[in-house]
Design a protein around this ligand. Structure first.
Ligand code: HAM
Length: 431
């Protein structure tokens, strides 16, 4: 084959592929519909932003030292000599769009959701792709921990709707920008004596972004970090109260959670609440979704001081979990209700067939025909392949009599129906 999709980017196909059956558009649409409906019930409105942004936006918001900005962005210079980047996430573009369109000024509390493609030049593997799709929400203007709880509950409700019930909710608090330096130093002091024993990655993070040392899968690093100081012990009073109140709300709502002291997330913009939803059936790429509070981000991007919180859920991982759990969602029926087959002199019959087909479709009936001018048996076979429930038979005889043959494909019973009544009969049969 001459061409292939770029590495670790997926085609999503109109028929379920035999391998990786989750790459089926009907499944994706189903999950998106459940997400949109959940957001609607929670009072969130949709935002869509371009697939590209100025590179500087991501550097500024996500942070120069993060893995995403330092090694994973798809960045290029356009013909006007601007540096643009395919968006690696949806939070910063949402902030940028709200600022640009003055939404913060007009809506003191803004509750938004998005369904968007993201690009990260990562080492690909199952569940980790260079293009992935996120279902995300962002809320601006509310600092009450009740909104932190709402955002988490929305995510959990979405999974419940899908039938995914094996996930774990991990929460932590990373405090405020003011309280973090003390923790950073305490962590460095703890690691310094055995720094040389740490993995190359851990050593690299020691200076540049020490909190990220905690986010490791390296067995030896994990062993060395087992007794590391904990973020929660360094929180300022406000962050501690916020975290405790969130826990009380989650308990009241009956949502179990695990306090994960190593949960720090890979973005510089977080403050206070951080959370991740872990799929226990997912192997190494087990984060179904993650998010947190980012109270300083709007200001960092040049706007007024505005608290914010949100999450992003990867649709690919969501579908992999459905697959692993053997959940087969109810998919939209894409089969035609009726399939029109023609008999006899094409010059006479085909114009009437084209007209009838257009009328059926205009009346809301899913209908199709064979475009290869073949024998009756071959046309009928095509109807079976497509899973049509009814065959409409139109020949010279039927045309003369002003009828069409209506055949039930399950029982093979066939009756003549006056042309003027076909639509109403099929509409009746569709329900
Ligand atoms: P994130 O944790 O980087 O957060 O991504 C959110 C989710 O997207 C992950 O939990 C995972 O399910 C999915 N995901 C991320 N990278 C990949 C990948 N390479 N392949 C497949 N799935 C992936 C954010 O992006 C934040 N903007 C979330 C947020 C919104 N925080 C506040 N508001």
């Amino acid at each position: 084959m001459k061409y292939a999709a770029p590495p670790y980017m997926n085609d999503v196909l109109p028929y379920p592929p035999s391998k990786d059956g989750w790459l089926h558009t009907a499944l994706w649409r189903y999950v998106e519909t459940v997400f949109r409906d959940t957001c609607r019930r929670y009072g969130y409105r949709e935002i869509r932003t371009p697939i590209l942004e100025q590179t500087e936006l991501f550097k500024r918001s996500i942070g120069e030292e993060t893995d995403i900005v330092s090694k994973e962005m798809f960045t290029f210079t356009d013909r006007g000599n601007r540096s643009l980047t395919l968006k690696p996430e949806g939070t910063a573009p949402t902030v940028r769009a709200c600022l640009e369109h003055k939404l913060f000024a007009e809506h003191p509390v803004l509750k938004l959701y998005y369904v968007g493609q993201n690009f990260r030049y990562e080492r690909g593997q199952k569940g980790r792709y260079r293009q992935h799709q996120q279902l995300g929400v962002e809320v601006f203007g509310a600092s009450d921990p009740a909104i932190d709880a709402e955002v988490i509950l929305l995510a959990m409700e979405f999974y419940r709707e899908l039938g995914v019930v094996d996930q774990e909710l991990h929460i932590n608090s990373v405090g405020t920008a003011a309280s973090r330096p003390a923790y950073r130093e305490a962590l460095r002091d703890y690691v310094r004596p055995f720094l040389a024993e740490m993995s190359e990655e851990g050593q690299g993070r020691f200076e540049a972004n020490p909190l990220r040392m905690l986010d490791t899968k390296d067995e030896n690093d994990l062993r060395l970090l087992a007794a590391a100081p904990r973020l929660v012990d360094f929180l300022d009073d406000e962050s501690r109260t916020h975290f405790e109140t969130l826990q009380a709300y989650l308990t009241a709502a009956g949502v179990p959670y695990i306090i994960d002291h190593r949960l720090v997330r890979g973005f510089d913009y977080y403050s206070k609440t951080c959370f991740e939803i872990i799929g226990t059936k997912l192997g190494s790429q087990n984060a179904l979704g993650g998010g947190g509070r980012y109270d300083g981000l709007v200001e960092e991007c040049g706007g007024p001081s505005t608290p914010g919180i949100g999450f992003g859920l990867g649709i690919e991982r969501c579908l992999l979990v459905l697959d692993a759990l053997g959940i087969t969602p109810p998919l939209e029926d894409e089969r035609p209700l009726a399939f029109l087959v023609t008999l006899g002199d094409a010059a006479q019959v085909r114009p009437a067939a084209v007209k009838l087909l257009a009328e059926l479709r205009a009346a809301g009936i899913a209908a199709d025909m064979d475009y290869r001018s073949r024998k009756f048996g071959q046309q009928a076979k095509r109807a079976d392949e497509l899973g049509a429930r009814y065959l409409l038979v139109l020949g010279e005889g039927e045309l003369e009599r002003g009828v069409v043959g209506l055949r039930n494909q399950a029982t093979k019973d066939q009756t003549d129906v006056p042309l003027g009544e076909v639509i109403s009969q099929l509409q009746h049969l569709a329900v």
